[in-house]
Write a protein that binds this ligand. Structure first.
Ligand code: HEM
Length: 421
């Protein structure tokens, strides 16, 4: 019931931040001048993460056609495979720099992979994240996302009057958002100009192209592009890092998964979307990783209209309810050996848990719109990494714990050995 209510976690987060700084109602959001922060200027209400009601529905259904329909998502496999090829080359380069094939802090490398991947889907062009020298504007975008997530917790926890005394974190937070929007706007404009210059009408070529042809105000296009860029980076980086971390510590699962990939590919080197769809163990591995390390560790909803009853609980209207994925998906009432990495629990007869005990992408109308793209990207990357390398733990390394930095991320760097097959 809760999961179907039409309010997003992000709206709640934004409301919480704005209430803290003394803005009492969402309707006043757009009137507030928060220094140079572009959030206030943008038509805030029609970007997918930060809108609700009919406006949200409008953007969601436009994007959904290209992000949720399996056939539409399959078409991104070629461009994503190009990004995976560059990732493999980068991993080769990094492993050669160490005598034992050790690549340190893989989350950092996968961070750039995540940004390059979502950019390729949005723009069908590359922004140089996996090149030896990263363009400075791309580097700044990555830094801005990082800093923004770190400061989100701080700015939320700080009461409004403290913002005025310690204005630096708030200023930096706003500057990060400004820069992320500028970045999204810049790339969208370049593409838009290219289309005008070539005069080509290429139907549904890439997501931004499609979005910019819907008669939406360009600012709405920019803000949605920015939010999708933002949503597609840490999510992919963290999940890919934990996947390889767990596979390196469970060589029997790694070998079984590699076997599945090779069997499905029948000698082909590069999987297509239709191939990964035939890999049940691959899907089980990613589900199990997201059960143990749900990158968005909590989701929230507000039921604004009326009091409701859920089980034995009466929830008064306007109460913010947080669902902690991390807690439910490691609850031993729903999963036996909850802290163990056991992908087979997701296969066939062994599936015995409650269907809603692990919902890392959320459930219902407001669930993750990027989940099919994320899954495709993860499957394509994992398949090819395992074809090319045996992944082993750092011989000197210790167990890595997750921590919350708004999102769930590795607390210390994950270092892995990549041994060429
Ligand atoms: C492993 C990867 C990912 C996970 C675990 C994840 C998880 C989530 C979760 C839990 C939500 C909130 C759902 C709710 O409130 O019920 C969400 C929303 C969202 N995600 Fe993802 N996500 C992932 C990847 C992505 C990617 C790659 C993109 C972009 C292509 C993306 C774009 C979005 C957007 C735009 C929303 C807001 C949807 C709306 O409000 O209608 N996500 N995601």
């Amino acid at each position: 019931h809760l999961l179907q209510v039409n309010y997003s976690y992000s709206v709640c987060m934004c409301m919480a931040v704005l209430q803290r700084i003394g803005v009492p109602t969402p309707s006043r959001l757009t009137k507030v001048s928060v220094r140079t922060c572009l959030i206030a200027e943008l038509p805030f209400s029609i970007s997918i993460i930060c809108s609700e009601g009919e406006e949200w529905q409008c953007v969601r259904s436009l994007l959904g056609k290209h992000m949720l329909r399996p056939r539409a998502v399959e078409t991104y496999d070629v461009v994503l495979n190009g990004v995976v090829s560059d990732l493999l080359a980068k991993l080769q380069l990094r492993r050669r720099q160490s005598a034992s094939g050790l690549v340190t802090d893989i989350a950092d490398e996968f961070y750039r992979f995540g940004l390059e991947g979502i950019s390729s889907v949005l723009f069908e062009s590359r922004i140089g994240c996996l090149e030896p020298h990263i363009p400075p504007e791309t580097d700044r975008f990555i830094q801005s996302i990082n800093t923004m997530f770190i400061l989100t917790l701080l700015t939320m926890a700080m009461p409004g009057w403290l913002h005025r005394i310690f204005s630096k974190p708030w200023d930096t937070f706003c500057q990060c958002w400004d820069y992320m929007f500028q970045f999204g706007e810049h790339y969208t404009q370049i593409l838009h100009q290219e289309d005008i210059d070539t005069g080509e009408e290429v139907e549904g070529r890439y997501l931004t192209y499609f979005l910019s042809r819907q008669g939406l105000p360009m600012k709405t296009v920019y803000s949605n592009v920015t939010e999708l860029l933002l949503a597609g980076v840490d999510t992919i980086s963290s999940t890919l890092s934990w996947s390889l971390y767990e596979l390196s510590r469970h060589p029997e699962v790694q070998n079984a998964l590699r076997g599945e990939v090779l069997t499905v590919l029948k000698g082909e080197k590069t999987p297509r979307a239709t191939d990964v769809a035939k890999m049940p163990l691959m899907k089980a591995v990613v589900k199990e990783v997201l059960r143990l390390y749900p990158v968005i560790p909590a989701n929230a909803r507000v039921i604004a209209e009326k009091d409701i009853q859920v089980g034995d609980y009466i929830i008064p209207k306007n109460t913010l309810i947080t669902l902690c994925h991390y807690a439910t998906s490691r609850d031993r009432r729903y999963f036996s050996d909850p802290d163990k990495f056991l992908p087979r629990r997701w296969l066939g007869q062994e599936q015995s848990h409650h269907p809603y005990a692990s919902v890392p992408f959320g459930v219902g109308k407001r669930s993750c719109i990027g989940r099919r793209i994320a899954q495709l990207e993860l499957y394509l990357a994992l398949a090819r990494i395992l074809i090319h390398f045996e992944v082993k733990p750092d011989p000197q390394g210790e167990a890595v714990c997750p921590m919350t930095r708004t999102l769930l991320v590795p607390k210390s760097p994950i270092n892995l050995q990549f041994i060429e097959r």
